[in-house]
Design a protein around this ligand. Structure first.
Ligand SMILES: *Cc1c(COP(=O)(O)O)cnc(C)c1O
Length: 357
């Protein structure tokens, strides 16, 4: 038969199967959707859960814009929870205080690949209809009590952006953990149509059935992803070594080192320390730059952003978030660094700290 579409241009289903198998074998992920980004995966999650006006979504303020925007775009109200200073992930006592009858979704962000205490979070939502969407953008290959992050909530979302541990330039993934949501997820992924039911022969044509988007990753990036995954163990091993070398060489320095809770096996995504004040951090960044080393701060809390202030989100006090945002400093952490460079950076940081008032 002469096919209607050019067969040379059709995506290869075997590629999807190989990727699905890889993620299933390594992490136990049962159903994945490769997306254009983690932001797209978060928007798809909001579609799947039909979040809308009147719904509240609890998330940290100390996160990337799209953790909130994916839900805000659909008219939901973000409710910002506090973080813990030493892990930089959501403070569950504050989450518990912020749950109301309107709470539809809670979004734990596994900052730096360090897990939120998922059992404690799930115990807050047990017996309710509140859904959990793990923003695991930074958490590929990280675990909680042995379970892969992104597989514990109803939905998990990942990023393959060039700043993350594993990259396709831009890219992402949605992991669906509640099989009851599969059909809705297929529709959201297929641009609001039942094309997936058509492909599997359940319907004889496909059409518009619900909300959705153009979320799918392009085939060339899938091929790239499959290649990149072969490097994952090597990448992770290097990152682990550099992270631990920072911990050793900065032991006893006048700064706050990251705390890794017992239940968390991180993926060494970010090495961040906390300094005494914003003024001290500004001086340290300058002194480090003079020594030829770039160090950076991280998020402006969303409740303090221009949009957040316009919407009045800054009326909720989040003092720990404000302090972390003002004092957190990230050091270079990537596989191609060398042991000598890590020692040099740690030494320069100690010297720079001595030079601050
Ligand atoms: C990187 C990141 C995102 C966005 O990922 P993209 O793939 O760039 O869309 C979302 N949330 C968090 C916590 C991130 O770190």
């Amino acid at each position: 038969m002469i096919s209607y579409n050019d067969p040379d241009r059709m995506p290869d289903p075997a590629l999807d199967e190989r990727l699905a198998r890889w993620f299933r074998d390594r992490y136990g992920m049962q159903r994945i959707y490769l997306t254009t980004s983690c932001s797209a995966a978060l928007e798809m999650a909001a579609d799947i859960l039909d979040v809308g006006p009147g719904d509240e979504v609890i998330l940290p303020s100390y996160t990337y814009v799209t953790t909130a925007l994916a839900f805000v775009k659909r008219g939901a109200t973000p409710v910002f929870a506090e973080i813990e200073a030493d892990t930089c992930v959501m403070d569950l006592a504050d989450v518990a205080r912020k749950i109301t009858p309107r709470t539809r979704v809670i979004v734990p962000v596994h900052y730096a690949g360090i897990s939120v205490d998922m059992d404690a979070l799930l115990s807050l939502t047990r017996g309710t209809s509140i859904r959990i969407v793990e923003d695991a953008a930074q958490a590929l290959d990280a675990r909680y009590k042995g379970r892969a992050l992104g597989t514990i909530g109803d939905i998990g979302t990942f990023s393959f952006h060039h700043t993350k541990n594993l990259s396709t330039g831009e890219g992402g993934m949605l992991v669906l953990n509640d099989p009851a949501l599969a059909r809705r997820a297929d529709v959201a992924f297929e641009k609001g149509t039942d094309r997936q039911a058509f492909i599997s022969g359940e319907v004889d044509h496909y059409s518009w059935v619900d909300r959705g988007g153009s979320y799918g990753m392009a085939s060339p990036l899938k091929s790239l992803l499959l290649e990149e995954l072969k490097n994952l163990d090597e990448i992770q091993e290097k990152r682990r070594r550099w992270f631990q070398l920072y911990m050793e060489t900065l032991q006893g320095a006048p700064l706050g080192l990251p705390r890794i809770p017992k239940y968390a096996e991180p993926n060494w995504h970010i090495f961040a320390v906390r300094l005494a004040s914003q003024a001290q951090r500004d001086v340290v960044i300058r002194r480090m730059r003079e020594r030829g080393i770039q160090t950076v701060f991280h998020y402006q809390p969303l409740h303090r952003s221009a949009y957040g202030r316009r919407k009045g989100y800054d009326r909720t006090p989040l003092p720990v978030t404000d302090t972390v945002a003002a004092t957190l400093l990230r050091l270079p952490l990537y596989p191609s660094l060398e042991e000598e460079q890590i020692r040099q950076i740690a030494g320069a940081l100690r010297k720079s700290l001595e030079e601050t008032p």
